[in-house]
Design a protein around this ligand. Structure first.
Ligand code: HEM
Length: 218
């Protein structure tokens, strides 16, 4: 079966380090509300540390550093390679509706580029949530430093926005994972591991992308 390269190793590296850091940030972030003691999570084998505020805070900081690193790396990657197919475009909302209607057999699916319109919109939500989480997280770090003081209202709003964006990011990650339950999306799953997808599938589901590459003679 002929295959085509979809994700270079740099994208896969960023994806998996980002995913891992986000899962650690979720786990340690929720641990700062004392839920793991209350619900006996810290009684589970190997998780005794999970209700220790200082330990979860330190791990949260390290995972946040990894996330900041991959965010800067990915921004530079997009800027230098100009591989901006994942960025949202005008008309994506309408096109996403068409894709959903086509799943129910009520419309014809539009020809897709490298990413579906809904993937591009989901990327924008994810990227803005991560950016907002980094900015509000840095404000919270400033608040925690003993030698600095910031206005109470700034600390209050940074915390509210940080919490809200956590929920939005959590929902977008859940939707991202649920998308692979849809049969038409499943061949994409292995691409984040191997980098490749079957050419026949790409021709059928991402026709615009393939036409564009053939025109560029890639
Ligand atoms: C176990 C967890 C995860 C799995 C199995 C997974 C799987 C995948 C797969 C297969 C793709 C490729 C889709 C395609 O080729 O169109 C992808 C893309 C992507 N995923 Fe995930 N993912 C996971 C977690 C996450 C998390 C936590 C984030 C949050 C930031 C995320 C953000 C993205 C983004 C932004 C893309 C597009 C990447 C690009 O090409 O620039 N993923 N994911």
């Amino acid at each position: 079966m002929m295959k085509i390269m979809r994700h270079r190793w740099q994208v896969r590296f960023v994806h998996w380090v980002t995913a891992l850091s986000i899962f650690i940030l979720f786990f340690t972030g929720f641990g700062q509300m004392p839920v793991y003691k209350r619900y006996f999570v810290d009684q589970l084998p190997g998780l005794g540390w999970s209700s220790n505020y200082l330990i979860t805070l330190n791990i949260h900081y390290y995972a946040a550093m990894a996330l900041i690193f991959t965010s800067v790396y990915y921004l530079l990657y997009l800027f230098l390679t100009k591989e901006t197919d994942v960025l949202p475009r005008k008309g994506d909302f309408k096109e996403s509706l068409l894709i959903f209607l086509s799943m129910a057999g009520l419309a014809q699916e539009p020809e897709n580029d490298k990413y579906l319109a809904e993937q591009r919109m989901a990327f924008a939500v994810t990227a803005f949530s991560i950016l907002g989480l980094i900015v509000t997280g840095l404000i919270k770090v400033l608040k925690n430093l003993p030698e600095t003081s910031i206005p109470l209202s700034l600390s209050f709003w940074a915390t509210q926005i940080h919490n809200l964006l956590t929920v939005i990011l959590l929902l977008s990650v859940v939707i991202h994972l649920l998308a692979f339950l849809i049969k038409d999306n499943r061949p994409l799953f292995s691409s984040m591991f191997t980098g490749q997808i079957p050419l026949d599938y790409a021709r059928h589901r991402h026709a615009l992308w393939i036409k564009r590459m053939e025109n560029l003679d890639l």
